[in-house]
Design a protein around this ligand. Sequence first.
Ligand code: SF4
Length: 361
Amino acid sequence: MVNAKSTFVKSDFENAAHELLQWYDQMARRLPWRLSPQARKNGDMPDPYRVWLSEIMLQQTTVPHAAPYFDKFTRLWPKVEDLAAAHNDDVMREWAGLGYYARARNLHKCAKVLAGLDAFPNTIEALLALPGVGPYTAAAVGSIAFDLPVAPVDGNIERVISRLMAIAGDGSAAGWAQDKKEITQRVQTLVPQRSGDFAQAMMDLGASVCTPKSPNCMICPWMDICLARQEGNQESYPAKPKRKPQPIRNGLAFVIFHEGKVLLQRRPDSGLLGGMLMPLSSPWEEGGEYTLEDYQPVKADWHYRGQARHVFTHFALHWDVYVAHLTKKPDLSGDWIDIDMCLEAGLPTVGRKALKLALDA
Ligand code: SF4
């Protein structure tokens, strides 16, 4: 197990923020929601709406995936009042493909709250009171938009700080919980006056230099003070418990065509993929054995088109896709969408995968 830290004299991290900010001044990524370090030095401050929107979008996804969504949202709804006034179906449709749809619902709810305030909340307490805003997002928005003296801590930053300060327990769940607490506390001691740039610099360092595998220590501004590098076992940090293999849930998808249209149903508002349009389906269960005979929504000449696979946070779905072309409109509830438009109807990724299989065949 990793724990050679006691053999090292702890570096002095006093200049860590200064070194990182010097690097950031040269190397900051250009991102659509970001103000350059130069603009910040000139006294410009970012629009908190854009910072908040980007942070919500970036949860659980990457910058290249989120950036086109950010562009689209800010084009359609340039101000928080515009987003608040949008129809919920439009917000969900434009969010489709970003995943974690509860976030889109909370985003819209939060926009309505924000639109009713005199100003964007600028304290951690007030940010935490907003729908869908947890400690990470509050710290990210608070530091980036208002230079509050806090550091957000996500998975990337945990990795960077655990390496910098050689924080690693025994790799158990309890050990990792303890490490996370220590990382969160100790990173706050590094926060400089330019806290927004510091937060973004840590994000950039984690994304482009201190990567999970093969960190590029030779170009890292913390190369000289990093304890994990001194130990030579950077990749052993952080010491997280091993992930259990994901359970697989099975199910059947039923794609029904009739007179140039396809039938989609909206899922209940709460729960997984809440409020999203999807093809009809059997339940999804681990080890579930569903037969066409028992679960078909309507008796028809069904044709198998392949398996749509999708990985959710807690399980993987193996969804067998069946297609039927009906001459008579079935007595089933749902929305009949033009076939040409159905892939643009705002389905979540897993729904699009099933529809694509049905359409390709
Ligand atoms: S020196 Fe290497 S391990 Fe340490 S923070 Fe930099 S990139 Fe990460």
